[in-house]
Ligand binder design. Sequence first.
Ligand code: BTN
Length: 254
Amino acid sequence: MRRLNTLFVGQTFIELPEVDSTNSFAQALLSKSKPAEGTVISTSCQTAGRGQIGSHWESEPNKNISLSAILYPDFLEAKEQFKLNQCISLAVFDLVKNCLPDRPVSIKWPNDIYVGNRKIAGILIQNSLINTQIRSTVAGIGINIHQTTFCTNPPNPTSLLLETGQEHPLHDLVPQLCEHLEARYLQLRARKILPLQQDYLRQLYRFGQLANYLRSSGETFQGTIQGIDETGRLKVQVGSEIECFDLKEIRFEV
Ligand code: BTN
């Protein structure tokens, strides 16, 4: 890996030849020690990658980025957790957009990275709370780089190789990701909340566009994303009403 241009993210770098999940490894580490802030756990072979809402994250060995960063955002209250989400999503967006400057890269709420209508990266943030504060965060990031076939179907996976036809050396991309993570995290730590929120909305998939959605009840409907509420729920205009949705309450349809 090339030299890292960061103060702390990735300065402690644990490279594992194989692990079930870098998030689980990071959580186990946190349960018995206090790793330095910015410690990154990375692997080229993740055998039981974890996704959102208990799903599985697929990644072929030696093809993709699978890593978790340990952070201590004790400057955030538990009710501000979505700000972290925005910060990490933007860092991953920044990296992917850098690699695909001419492609329509976006952030699909809450924290998937899309190219057009295809998912290129997923994020699993696991916070440990102490009273009303966040004690520690494990920010797990999976980015499809060289994988070209996927076993799991939706939501339409893609990779940098599929998008560009070119190889992107992981030993260059991982330090770049650490740099983007640190830059966005420092922005959050300096409480530059408004620019983070504005950047997030600017990159939000389907923001302001009329599109199809599915409620958890099974009902389909048309709506227009208007923004995010203070707790991180998706605000959608449905007819003349604004409705707010949690992750489990809405599915994006084609
Ligand atoms: C999702 O989109 O459902 C989230 C996927 C997150 C995958 C990453 S890969 C590295 C880290 N370790 C895990 O077990 N999951 C995250």
